[in-house]
Design a protein around this ligand. Sequence first.
Ligand code: ADP
Ligand code: MG
Length: 698
Amino acid sequence: MGSVSEYFGSLVFDDRVMKANLSAKVYQSLKKTIDEGAQLDIGVANAVASAMKDWAVANGATHYTHWFQPLTGITAEKHDSFISPSPDGGVIMEFSGKELIKGEPDASSFPSGGLRATFEARGYTAWDPTSYAFIKGKTLCIPTAFCSYGGEALDKKTPLLRSMEALNKQALRILKLFGNDTVKCVRTSVGPEQEYFLVDKEMYDQRPDLRFTGRTLFGAKPPKGQEMDDHYFGVIKPRVAAYMEELNDELWKLGILAKTEHNEVAPAQHELAPIYATTNIATDHNQLTMEIMQKVAAKHGLVCLLHEKPFAGVNGSGKHNNWSIATDSGVNLLSPGETPYENAQFLLFLCAVIKAVDDYQDLLRISVATAGNDHRLGANEAPPAVVSMFLGDELNAVLEAIENDTPYLGTEKTQMKLGVDVLPKFNRDTTDRNRTSPFAFTGNKFEFRMLGSSNSIACANIMLNSAVAESLKIYADRLEAADDFETALHEMIKKTIKDHRRIIFNGNGYDDAWIKEATEKRGLCNYRTTPDCMPHLLDKKNVDMLTSHGVFSEAELKSRCDIMLENYCKTVVIEANTMVDMAKTQIIPAVESYVAELAGTAAAKKALDPGIACDYETSLVKRLSALTDSMMMKAEALDDALMELHKADDVITESYIIRDTILTKMGELRLACDEAETLTAKKYWPFPTYGDLLFGVR
Ligand code: ADP
Ligand code: MG
């Protein structure tokens, strides 16, 4: 393979390829569609399709697929070959504009939450020309949105694109008010930092819990965990280094700017961060990244675990969503400016985010809610389920000065007047970063840290974009009607700071005292679990906001709420069934074998000399026998509780039973089994232990 600059993006039908392979007229027309959302005419689509096919075939592709993101959380594809019969009995490779623009996968088994009656099982996929097509294996993949014939979104890309458009529309209104008439569009960008675990494939294969659920459901704490902090940024082991190297190559070929990689806090945990990209592209890339991480791992005899909590007792995995808003000419609207005017504009966008996060904290929590992520957010781990924002000391002092009309003490003790005074230069020193905050300002972007490692970043960004669009809309309405722009602006910023101060918290987010203060004094939401938060998706204020910006219809929201709760229930039920099975067919029989050995040893000793006490064997046999009884009883109790589940009338009730009963009983069964593990000879234990898994890759 040549140098990185030679093969970077070699499997992507990107701007360079388009320019080289399309006529100037077709290229210009396509660019207009990509940049400004102009309608694409069929003649252009045909020309693009033909060039795309020729390029793909030249690069080894034989098939194409519309690549989409149904609500299952992973990506879907249905491959069609380019081959068409030709009159002479041979074949030709064909691909039309129609096939590029629209596809009709047989979509009846993707979740729709009742949006699509089974007699109308068809859905269609529609090309997203703003995200480049790429080749995976022998297949040309075309990023698409997925909708029902009624036009309802059945995927994550459609509402994401709508939310980007909503924010674009409102941000343009604001920029106009600031006298910016040249800006064509405003887009959000995201750089998602992805955490993951690597474990040995042979060990993984021996654990039904990992294979069926992605996480360990049993496992006593190993003698060594993460307490030494010696893994974080530690030396990368050779096998892991080889994996990362190949992963980077594969991602680079797909035009994904994988940039940094390092070991994380927990043993066997790592992180990969790309350079940020426009949100819908970043979302496609993150889905692809997760897929390729797993594929490459298999080649190295490894398994990449993307579950939020693969191991109890060590840190789980998240995904940090670094988010900013920029104009088409590359001006970052979350970057403090050089002039008073730019500063006022920056403060307004900052306030829009503060207001959005406070008003729609529930939607942000909902956007990251899954059974897996509940193990991080609701538990004693970072970040907490309470949404709050960190701004840093300097910015905080500025806001305080504005709120109270007091001098800002950071500079020359002058009273800050927006649009007149220059903001102080903010120190972008990383030391004032708050790693415990769920939503932190980091100099020129916000870092939303509540996402789970397996989450699609679409959901979080849909809510974030929409909520900020709503703040901007309210601001634009007010400012457009104001007689004196500057006074109105100043008052509005002041009011936002006053009204939303409660969401700003600069202390330690892990602290129990904070959770108490947040919920009792500040009235912030603390939805610890998915069943706690998900029904609030349908709260009137949320439905009103999301429908008014055209991001979701009410029917789409209802269906999503159902699907998310169904996913939650199914996930936990599979885990519970796996536990019952492992306890009954693996753990209990293993303990019994060891008990038999112990009893046999005691009997043999007694036969030699009846005077030998055999206290060790006797007490261990007693303890383990009590544990096998207890394990059996708890497995039965869990099984019985699972049998009762179908009696729940609706999915919300079912999710409550799972939260309150099933998960509790799973915890009880685990406790007995984990104790048995600590007492059973290792050679009898039926699968690799935590120590094996966490320290097994060298
Ligand atoms: P960290 O110290 O958290 O690693 P970095 O500056 O390295 O912070 O950035 C982390 C992620 O944030 C990367 O994916 C990076 O590309 C992304 N990022 C940087 N600037 C922006 C921006 N303006 N908008 C969105 N994402 C950004
Ligand atoms: Mg980060």
